[in-house]
Design a protein around this ligand. Structure first.
Ligand SMILES: C[S@@+](CC[C@H](N)C(=O)[O-])C[C@H]1O[C@@H](n2cnc3c(N)ncnc32)[C@H](O)[C@@H]1O
Length: 229
């Protein structure tokens, strides 16, 4: 498959992209333990025809939303190229930076999902982002976020960085992805991991009418919020 992303013509077979995406999933598990279960909860919450996978990376959550028209939004051209090639025309990919307002894609959604991603933003930006997510949802639409939401500060650092670096080294041996990587911007993660109660309060303050912790296992939780007006 050949397509244009960020000014680069991308040629990446769907088989290569799918293999990289599956390895990505394995490498991400230390960053979000019980990832598979958490993403199943996200997919279950994402009812409706039009779904947005926010900071969706290579499309791991999007791949589960089989009955929806899915848009994958991310800032990373390498990950978007993999999503596009792995999932084909079934998904739209959008390059946008969630670090500031104005990332909306000019249409509304019935469901917005995010997984292992919104910890990249600090408290002020995340509160504002929750308001922006509220505004891109149709009335009655649902937002679901899966992340580490520990009730107490973690006692040990996450041990997944070596695998993460290996994954990137492997991905960038592919010429297409190496070319896409030229457009990557250096972004720092805020590594902000408040408890689920913080997310519930911030979502209510952002205007969501119904907010609940839908699922939890150890420090991994899924918070679901509905736009009611
Ligand atoms: C740990 S990855 C998770 C990706 C995917 N949701 C998953 O679980 O496989 C975090 C994602 O957030 C994206 N991201 C980080 N900062 C971003 C920003 N400012 N705007 C859009 N996406 C961002 C990264 O590019 C990356 O794809």
């Amino acid at each position: 498959m050949s397509f244009k992303l960020g000014g680069v013509t991308t040629q990446l077979s769907s088989a290569d992209a799918e293999r990289l995406r599956r390895r990505w999933d394995a490498r991400q598990e230390p960053f979000l333990p019980h990832r598979d279960e958490a993403f199943a909860v996200l997919a279950d919450a994402a009812v409706g025809r039009r779904a947005l996978d926010l900071a969706g990376g290579p499309g791991s959550i999007a791949s589960r939303l089989v009955n929806a028209e899915v848009t994958v939004l991310d800032v990373d051209p390498v990950l978007l190229a993999i999503a596009r090639a792995a999932l084909g025309d079934r998904v739209a990919v959008v390059s946008a930076d969630l670090g500031a307002p104005g990332w909306g894609v000019g249409r509304e959604f019935d469901a917005v999902v995010a997984g292992t991603a919104l910890h990249c933003f600090g408290p002020d930006r995340l509160r504002a982002l929750y308001g922006e997510i509220h505004d891109v949802l149709a009335p009655g639409g649902v937002f679901a976020n899966a992340d580490r939401m520990p009730d107490a500060p973690p006692t040990a650092p996450v041990d997944g960085l070596a695998g993460w670096h290996e994954w990137w080294a492997e991905a960038l041996t592919h010429p297409t992805l190496a070319a896409a990587a030229r457009d990557r911007a250096d972004g720092e993660s805020a590594d902000f991991y408040p408890p689920a109660s913080w997310h519930v309060d911030a979502l209510r303050a952002a205007g969501f009418g119904e907010v609940a912790v839908r699922w939890r296992r150890d420090d991994t939780a899924v918070v679901v919020a509905r736009r009611t007006s």
